[in-house]
Ligand binder design. Structure first.
Ligand code: GLN
Length: 189
């Protein structure tokens, strides 16, 4: 079987680290920098961390928003991390982000960020109960989830990574640790 090709949004934020992790997990990453890079050949999409308002502005300016939304709505697997999760969330508190809104969760921007900035923590990968090292950087908090949204990783009993159909989203940065679990989960889809 050939390697899945995964498009990584590369207009702003932590996309290079995602490309490394995707390669380690057995995928072929390609950078998405303009509308012409978005093709039906892509097996999946990754929305990296960064600054969601800047990313959204660029997505619209570059004409990338609509084609990406079409792909996500058509069921192309997508993984959104941190700012990427904000772009997927149906409801966003703490400052405007009118993103794709395909994932029925409510998030609060910069919820962990103001007091703590960045930190590491041990979460639990729910499908196996194993511990997972998590890195947070001015992270959004998942405030609530709708029916059908599965918790993949929890921290202190609260969801910090979720899955809904072909969409995976997490508040932390899986590209900054050695743990490939979430990428493997994503590539399975
Ligand atoms: N604070 C950023 C935002 O609201 C997200 C932070 C991150 O992606 N590391 O967009």
């Amino acid at each position: 079987m050939s390697k899945p090709t995964v498009g990584v949004l590369a207009v702003q934020g932590a996309f290079i680290e995602h490309e490394r992790r995707l390669s380690e997990a057995g995928a072929s990453p390609v950078e998405l920098r303009c509308a012409a890079d978005i093709s039906a050949d892509l097996d999946g999409l990754v929305l990296p961390g960064g600054e969601s308002t800047t990313q959204l502005k660029l997505l619209h300016e570059l004409g990338m928003f609509e084609p990406m939304l079409d792909m996500i709505q058509a069921g192309t697997p997508v993984m959104g991390t941190c700012a990427g999760m904000i772009l997927l969330a149906e409801d966003v508190e703490g400052g405007a982000a009118n993103g794709f809104r395909t994932l029925p969760i409510r998030v609060l921007r910069n919820a962990y960020g103001r007091q703590l900035g960045s930190f590491s923590a041990e979460g639990i990968y729910q499908p196996t109960g194993q511990e997972m090292e998590l890195r947070f950087i001015r992270a959004p908090r998942i405030e609530s989830v709708e029916d059908g949204v599965e918790t993949l990783v929890s921290l202190d009993g609260q969801p910090v990574a979720v899955r809904y159909g072909n969409q995976i989203a997490c508040a932390f940065h899986p590209e900054l640790t050695d743990d490939l679990t979430l990428y493997e989960e994503f590539l399975k889809i």
